[in-house]
Design a protein around this ligand. Sequence first.
Ligand code: NAI
Length: 697
Amino acid sequence: MTATCQTRGAVAVITLDNPPVNGLGYDTRVAFARHLEAALADAAVKAIVVTGAGKAFSGGADIREFGSPKAVAEPNLLSLILALEASTKPVVAAVHSVCMGGGLELALGCHYRVAAPGAQVALPEVKIGLIPGAGGTQRLPRVLGLENALNMIVSGEPVPSELLFKAPGQQLFDRLIEGDLLEGACSFALEFAERRPLPLVRHLKVTHPNPEAYLQFARNTVGAMAKNFPAPLKCVDAVANALTKPFDEGMRLERETFVNLMMTPECRALRHAFVAERATTKIPDVPADTPVRAVGKLAVIGAGTMGGGIAMNFLNAGIPVTILEMKQEALDKGVATIRRNYEAQVKKGKLKQDKLEQRMALLSTTLSYADLKEADMVIEAVFEDLAVKEQVFRTLDEVMKSGAILATNTSTLDVDKIAAFTKRPQDVIGTHFFSPANVMKLLEVVRGEKTARDVLATVMQLGKKIRKTCVVSGVCDGFIGNRMIEQYSRQAGFLLEEGCTPAQVDKAIERFGFAMGPFRMGDLAGNDVGWYIRKRRYVEKPHLRYSKTADLLCEMGRFGQKTGAGWYDYAPGKRDAIPSPLVVEMIEKHRAELGITPRKVSDEEIVQRLVYALVNEGARIVEEGIALRASDIDMVYLTGYGFPLWRGGPMKYADEVGLFNVVQAMKRFAANPNDDAAFWQPAPLLAKLVAEGRTFN
Ligand code: NAI
């Protein structure tokens, strides 16, 4: 079903019915137009109510149709809205739950709007790189005023219906209906059935006491905020047209801008990210209706950097957590850090004091495994040492109740080996949080060879509850994100050997859009972490060449910000990275020992080598089935590694550049004697896609 129509006395009720959010796809629009026509033809019908079935009025356009002929096929949304405006009988939109994008634009085409309290009202197009395209920029300012409308359109954020009703001068809703919405809407419709002329939003005037100054101010602030995204400033222009241009001219310009934005790489990237985010939850052999285990109580082992942050996620979601440590001091320190983090949020006004107390009240601590018996799930976050993990998992296997989920936060160890320490490997899974665990969106959910389907389904659902972007990864060294970043770091090292300084590499990739270049990142995270991992990894893989500069740096005791010196120098108490002559000297000496004559490396080459290293390793990861799809890799990089959102993630970026071009560049890099020729052999999947003229996505 897509839309239904029923009469209630003299009122025809047209109900959008296209689960999950009554998206205005082609079939729905056809059905809606048909019902509207029938209602207009029916002499017994005096007024029409438009509403949505289930959990939404309407979530707007069907994004899956974007770019396809169906999106614009008649009746398109614009013609539907024109038909509503032309209706000779009053049409009342009965808004509830979710009213967004095209859904709100449809409502604005009706003569009247009534709403239930608590409906989320938004024009979120800007979030996918667009402006509203069916009159939103022209009609919303006419009912909400210039400033309120612009705020909603530029932010894309939802506003609760009751706020839109109360503010003075706001005419978005004619009535707020407590109680039965449909009944209220129908009596409203009958009340206004005979009133003529029928009011149209297009006839209202947008006024503002000082429009020039306000729009200038808006352009300045929006321009500064939206640096790499064209859409927000276009929103300002479009809304300004509502003030200065006749309605139809404003509509024409809105359409033109919408169509142009649709073709920008930024819009493609944002739409990709939107679809990719939703795709992460789909696991082919774990359907959506897989039964899940109840997780009412959680335990965390280790109250260090990660354990504390992990616990906070669950406390925030109202799930009680017990943290276990070896010593009371470690527990006290961990709990104090959690409290301090919450207090910082209270200071910033992001959390209320009573909420802080509620969350802390959900936290308990223990030194004894016996206290974990009741927990439905445990997440281990102890030292990254297989022997320590073994001892912890053997103990957990003894004490945890049957059916409890045993998760490890390991970042580099083999989850299957950890599972094998227990007699219940089916209950073991990896939950790889990113630091700071209470802030970072990404959660890699590591599916072991024996992990049960319902365990995976439970953890994915739980991840959603704590508002993470969960990406499934198979077991391999580094999982998805760190396995790829290793290749990126290796390239960064080679670039130093060939003639770059750390600052040059960082600047080039930061200009590309990464939040932080590899060397500034190393200084922030601690260069000793990688040092420790390399000692293990390159003993296991002696054939893998890497630049020793990072080891030499650590031998100089330059671990990064925490020691006041790393790839850069740091003034006491400051975080500004100051290029270090000592480090440059160390690199030059090492280069001379290798017999490499330095050359000038272009910024373009730096960016290509760093990003294509991610792409080539990413392609192998997809091919091996470690990632379920290329877009999952993009989500890992967008949410966990600071990859620029407007480029859509490494795999999407490669698609945009053209995989043929990417492979050509790889061939050039393979011919560089100071690089790793074997690595630059295009992954078979990449070669295949190029041969078939296809893309990752
Ligand atoms: P950490 O050193 O800050 O904390 C580890 C805590 O575990 C310490 O408080 C220690 O007292 C406690 N602990 C050690 N052995 C224990 C045992 N047998 N029983 C109970 N408690 C024990 O380490 P961090 O950084 O929190 O790392 C924990 C895990 O998370 C490691 O596996 C690490 O690889 C992983 N991880 C770390 C990330 C990071 O950025 N720090 C990111 C993602 C994963």
